[in-house]
Design a protein around this ligand. Structure first.
Ligand code: UDP
Ligand code: MG
Length: 316
């Protein structure tokens, strides 16, 4: 029997966990042809999340849990889940019932029978989300997709089920600043998208503060683009070009007007533009090397194989 691991990151979710467990078990009880593992990752909750999960585990052998020593963030919880799950397929679902468990059987079918590597949900609307959050997040995706080498889909959600080969691919990325949305796109693989409507949280409140979202956005931009490091180069080139043009115009004026032309400030401005430009360009060059070093230390795999018939390192 094939096994499906469903990873549930939880941070202060005691209010919603009983309802979540009920809906989830309702669905998985109906999928009798698969074995399930419900892996709760308690991300340092300060409420009774852990004891609730332990109670589930006592009465249901499918329930496994990992409990962090403090709050490490959803990204860390997802990573721990992937590292500890044992299924042939593994996926994530939020604990707040914003992700509908009813979709799980279809998602499993997509990866097990229809030949997809990943079944993932895509948000079709932003119903129920604050205007300001929608606005900021739309802006973020516009910026990141303009400058990033990896396309990051705005609507793509963490709610997904993947084959073991995809799980291994994600785990082969050793970076410690983990921006999961970027990682999902970066590893690629054949994905079936399920349109998914935004739903209200069943209980409790969102765990994302503006500070956490900002950190998330910065992690995304720094982790998936080298463009910020190129800014000094562009500014430097601009300043040098302006300096040359301005200097040239000053020289022309000097030639035309002779010593009736007052040189003072103009010479200083030319020098500022030229020297400033050279300094910025040097910083930019150092930035280019830093970008290369950054890529090397991230130590991402050079490629990922989705399928092969070579015997060595064969992926199931
Ligand atoms: N979560 C977590 N650690 C955190 C923040 C959130 O494990 O530091 C979990 C949370 O318990 C939930 C999921 O991540 O299961 C999504 O969080 P939330 O619903 O608060 O985010 P939103 O849906 O508002 O974007
Ligand atoms: Mg939520």
């Amino acid at each position: 029997m094939k096994k499906v691991s469903v990873i549930v990151p939880c941070y202060n979710e005691s209010e919603v966990l009983p309802a979540f467990y009920e809906s989830m078990t309702d669905i998985i009880n109906k999928c009798a042809e698969y074995e399930f593992e419900l892996l709760f990752v308690n991300d340092g909750s300060r409420d009774s999340t852990l004891s609730i999960v332990e109670d589930f585990a006592k009465k249901d052998s499918r329930v496994k849990f990992i409990s962090f020593s403090r709050n490490f963030g959803k990204e860390a919880a997802m990573l721990a889940g992937l590292e500890h799950c044992t299924g042939d397929f593994a996926g994530f679902i939020d604990a707040d019932l914003q992700h509908s468990p009813d979709l799980i059987p279809e998602m499993i079918k997509a990866v097990d029978e229809e030949g997809y590597d990943v079944a993932a949900c895509k948000r079709v609307d932003r119903e129920g989300e604050s205007k300001i959050k929608s606005f900021l997040s739309a802006g973020f995706y516009k910026v990141i997709n303009r400058i990033s080498e990896t396309y990051i889909d705005e609507g793509a959600q963490d709610f997904r089920i993947m084959k073991r080969s995809v799980v291994e691919a994600i785990l082969s990325m050793p970076e410690s600043n983990r921006f999961t949305k970027g990682i999902f796109s970066w590893v690629g693989f054949n994905t079936k998208w399920f349109p998914h409507e935004n739903r209200e949280r069943a209980a409790g409140t969102t765990k994302w503060s503006i500070r956490k979202l900002l950190k998330y956005a910065i992690d995304g931009i720094i982790g998936y683009t080298m463009t910020p490091l190129k800014i000094p180069t562009y500014c430097g080139i601009l300043s040098l070009v302006l300096g040359f043009i301005y200097g040239l115009s000053v020289l022309v004026m000097l030639a035309v007007k002779g010593h009736t032309f007052y040189l003072g400030d103009r010479a200083v401005l030319t020098a500022v533009l030229l020297v400033g430009g050279m300094i910025l360009l040097c910083i930019g060059i150092a930035g280019e090397y830093m970008a290369r070093i950054y890529t090397e230390v991230k130590n991402r795999p050079k490629y990922l194989i989705a399928k092969t018939n070579c015997e060595k390192n064969k992926i199931k």
